[in-house]
Ligand binder design. Structure first.
Ligand code: SAH
Length: 394
């Protein structure tokens, strides 16, 4: 068994069961990509079993803090069973579910989403890559699903020294499938969609949006960064007269219109714009358009804290424009999925946008990712999605 010896004073985070060991904390030792190594304190005391990753800044990701635990097929089956059992207990009104959420489920680098009867997974670390076949077999066995599509084409694979990989890992069939969210029918293409196919993390916020649109009687709705229109369907369900969805992806917008039809809404109630959101917002302002509700759900502007400053300006800009475009009393749902921007900072950015727009707004709710994307006590980095539901002053 290969081992990694940490520098003195670098044991603290593993002792607190945080699963990452950075390159700079290592005194000596190594292994092959994904190989299980014993991580030891400077005095040789056991700290964790982990997967070695020779080219990543995060050199080891811990599998287990229990010296007696063997990292083998049975280990992965236990961890996956626990993750699936948690989802069974959670209140989820959908057959689109995140079954495994990486570190939060004790499986660093592994993302597994279920869309109806199909699984879509990302293997994002050297450790999960090494155990891929074992994980795939266990997933099929435990979930009862016969099909698993691999979407290991995320940029973070490069940091791990891994090439992109995608395609059916187990079973096969059409890559487009239909799932249900709050009784709405939504299609997902696991091969060509973003990430694993869809953004399940916004599930609860889409339901709340539908309720608020109805409660506040919002008529004209603007859905920015719409992707395939989850929030658009929510708005129509909530009784909006007209929803405008803006995205820079033409295939996503086609799917918005398909979803409107699939759910039996009058096509004229949905309009799509293939545009850059920033440009769209400026043009809409010039044209004197106004909306009763706006959703801002941009992509990750700040992947890490290093990008926070530039990202902050970008968030502030779109929020300022949206606050101006809202009718008095209007509803704004604004999000950041940047790990590098915490909830407090996001609040400050949106507050700054309000000052620039010369409007105030009441915080109706603070929003976060759905419960099947858990954040654990020991791994605060897992908390990436934050949002505010705001009511512009009347
Ligand atoms: N709200 C969506 C998820 C949004 S993901 C949902 O509920 O499913 C972010 C989206 O922003 C992606 O669809 C991407 O195509 C789009 N996007 C990224 N940059 C953009 C830009 N500058 N202008 C318009 N859309 C953009």
């Amino acid at each position: 068994m290969k081992s990694i010896r940490l520098r003195e004073g670098k044991e603290r985070s593993l002792q607190r069961r945080h699963p990452w060991v950075f390159q700079g904390s290592i005194q000596k030792g190594g292994g092959d990509a994904g190989e299980t190594v014993r991580v030891e304190a400077h005095d040789g005391a056991f700290l964790a079993w982990g997967a070695f990753s020779p080219s990543s800044q995060i050199r080891v990701r811990a599998w287990s803090f229990d010296e007696g635990e063997r990292i083998d097929a049975a280990f992965f089956e236990r961890r996956l069973a626990a993750a699936l059992a948690l989802r069974q207990r959670l209140p989820i009104d959908s057959d689109g579910v995140r079954l495994v959420h990486g570190e939060a489920d004790g499986l660093p680098g592994l993302i597994v989403d279920r869309y109806a009867d199909t699984l879509s997974a990302q293997f994002l670390s050297a450790g999960t890559e090494r155990w891929k076949a074992v994980i795939a077999d266990a997933l099929l066995k435990l979930s009862g699903s016969a099909r698993l599509y691999e979407r290991s084409d995320a940029n973070v694979r490069t940091l791990e020294g891994l090439p992109a990989a995608s395609g059916w890992l187990r079973g096969d069939g059409p890559t487009e499938l239909t799932m249900h969210e709050h009784g709405w029918r939504l299609t997902v293409d696991v091969a060509h969609g973003h990430k694993t196919g869809y953004y399940l993390d916004q599930r609860d916020n889409r339901r709340r949006f539908a309720e608020w649109v109805r409660h506040f009687g919002c008529r004209q709705v603007l859905n920015c960064y719409s992707y395939t229109g989850g929030f658009a369907i929510a708005a129509l369900q909530g009784g909006a007269a007209q929803v405008t969805s803006v995205d820079s992806s033409a295939p996503a917008l086609q799917r918005v219109q398909a979803h409107v039809a699939l759910n039996g809404f009058e096509p004229s109630r949905s309009e799509v714009a293939d545009a850059d959101v920033n440009t769209f917002l400026r043009d809409a302002l010039k044209a004197g358009r106004r909306f009763d509700a706006i959703v801002l759900d941009p992509p990750k502007f700040a992947p890490t804290a290093h990008h926070a400053e530039r990202a902050a300006r970008a968030y502030k800009d779109i929020n300022r424009l949206a606050l101006k475009l809202l009718e008095p009393g209007g509803l704004l749902l604004t999000f950041s999925c940047s790990g590098g921007i915490g909830a407090d900072l996001f609040h400050k950015i949106v507050a700054g946008a309000g000052i620039d727009a010369e409007v105030d707004a009441a915080i109706l709710a603070r929003l976060e990712g759905a419960c099947d994307h858990p954040t654990t006590l020991v791994f605060p980095e897992g908390e990436y999605l934050k949002g505010l539901a705001l009511l512009k002053q009347a």
